[in-house]
Write a protein that binds this ligand. Structure first.
Ligand code: UDP
Length: 401
């Protein structure tokens, strides 16, 4: 099967990591068209996945922008659309992975008469999108032969926004279980303790760190820095936790949220939490870092479309707590495979952190149950097989016409 995959982002976010795994089995005959250079095309090249940068223009449709910006950007998109029309004639299917890719792919599919697939990684709701952008997404997505939603929550929001349920299927993100199993095995061979001590030592220093003889309880937060990812809620909660609880923020501002990053640093300073908070920026050793944590906290203030980091923490056998909304609530069974707390409730978050802190045996048991569940439900071999089957059906339907 020859597939032209399209993704607007040069940055490596959850949707792009997911796409890289989907593309892999098709890479001999497929191409990923990306709308700008960056860490995502680099990531694909490192994995020998063919990638092409399709435009040298910076596109400016923000999620929150209105009709005017939308129309202006259509003019800007024309050369790119022309490019994609020509290119897509060499492929069987156009597979779009983001909203701007959907706009370009949907128009191109009209001209090249190739079936359109849309992988929906977002909750199409006012929390995340302007009314205009919701309308554009739904109208274009309804033209697709297949829409793959990354969770039931994304599916429901799409239908509620006017999306057609007919060609809509849910496929969760998949993960390479062997990679995590390998890390867990090595971690058990005491590497975890060594790495943990390295991390802990960044908190333990005479003036700026916690006391030398204390073993910090490390809460890890793995996400790009953005207001709706709720890093500020965890900082607020930290002041209600005991002094040996520390927080590690892993991730960068990917989409111009520099003001928010400043606010976070300011908040840490105001609450005098400097010695208990570290910002590590973007890291490519997420599994090792997760294994060095006592707890992974997910604190999104708006419903998370899926929440890869929750599954990743489970596969690392690290206890995980998440904000009870969206995909997170589909992944976590409270008290069995993790914990859920109401979004934006810093006091409940602090209470839950302290409960887990006080019950290490229970935390370990829940983490083991979480790992077993994640291995059952989120194996990339199974999710890729589902997608392969769906794409075969798209091709067969195309041939029947
Ligand atoms: N991630 C990473 N390095 C970082 C922070 C995050 O590789 O420093 C990865 C993380 O492991 C996860 C993805 O980025 O696979 C984020 O996906 P998620 O679904 O949690 O959120 P999204 O960014 O898609 O909103």
């Amino acid at each position: 099967m020859k597939i032209l995959f399209l993704d607007q982002s040069g940055k490596l976010g959850g949707a792009e990591l997911c796409l890289a795994d989907i593309v892999h089995p098709f890479k001999a005959n497929s191409l990923v068209g990306v709308f700008s250079e960056g860490t995502f095309p680099d990531y694909l090249r490192q994995r020998n996945i063919p990638v092409k940068i399709l435009t040298d223009q910076t596109l400016d449709v923000q999620k929150s922008s209105g009709l005017l910006a939308g129309l202006k950007s259509i003019r800007q998109l024309l050369p790119l659309i022309g490019n994609v029309i020509r290119l897509s004639r060499q492929y069987d299917v156009i597979y779009t992975n983001t909203q701007k890719a959907l706009v370009v792919g949907a128009i191109a599919s009209l001209f090249s008469r190739r079936p359109l697939v849309y992988h929906l990684h977002d909750i199409i709701s006012p929390d995340h999108f302007s009314a205009t952008n919701r309308r554009i997404i739904v109208t274009l997505a309804n033209r697709a032969t297949l829409i793959i939603a990354n969770s039931q929550s994304s599916r429901e929001a799409f239908v509620q926004a006017g999306g057609s349920p007919n060609n809509l299927r849910v496929v969760y993100n998949g993960f390479h279980l062997d990679r995590y199993a390998e890390h867990v095995k090595r971690a058990k061979a005491e590497e975890k303790e060594i790495f943990r001590n390295q991390i802990a030592s960044t908190f333990i220093a005479s003036k700026t760190g916690i006391e030398n003889n204390i073993r910090p309880f490390i809460v890890g937060h793995f996400s790009r820095l953005a207001p709706w990812k709720g890093q500020h809620v965890l900082i607020e909660a930290l002041q209600h936790c005991s002094d040996d609880v520390v927080v590690l923020f892993v991730g960068d501002a990917l989409f111009g949220e520099e003001d928010y990053v400043q606010q976070l640093h300011q908040q840490v300073k105001q609450l005098k939490l400097e010695r208990r908070v570290r910002f590590l920026s973007f890291r490519s050793d997420v599994p090792q870092l997760m294994m060095a944590c006592d707890l992974v906290a997910h604190t999104s203030t708006a419903p998370e479309p899926f929440g890869r980091v929750i599954v990743e923490a489970m596969l690392c056998e690290t206890p995980v707590m998440a904000a009870a909304a969206g995909g997170a609530a589909e992944i976590v069974e409270p008290g069995q495979t993790g914990w859920l707390t109401p979004p934006e409730d810093a006091c409940q978050l602090a209470d839950t952190i302290m409960n887990i802190y006080h019950q290490p045996a229970l935390a370990q048991k829940v983490a083991e149950q979480g790992k077993a569940m994640a291995q059952r439900r989120f194996d990339v071999r199974a999710t890729n097989a589902q997608i392969h089957q769906l794409l075969q059906a798209v091709l067969s339907a195309g041939k029947a016409h």
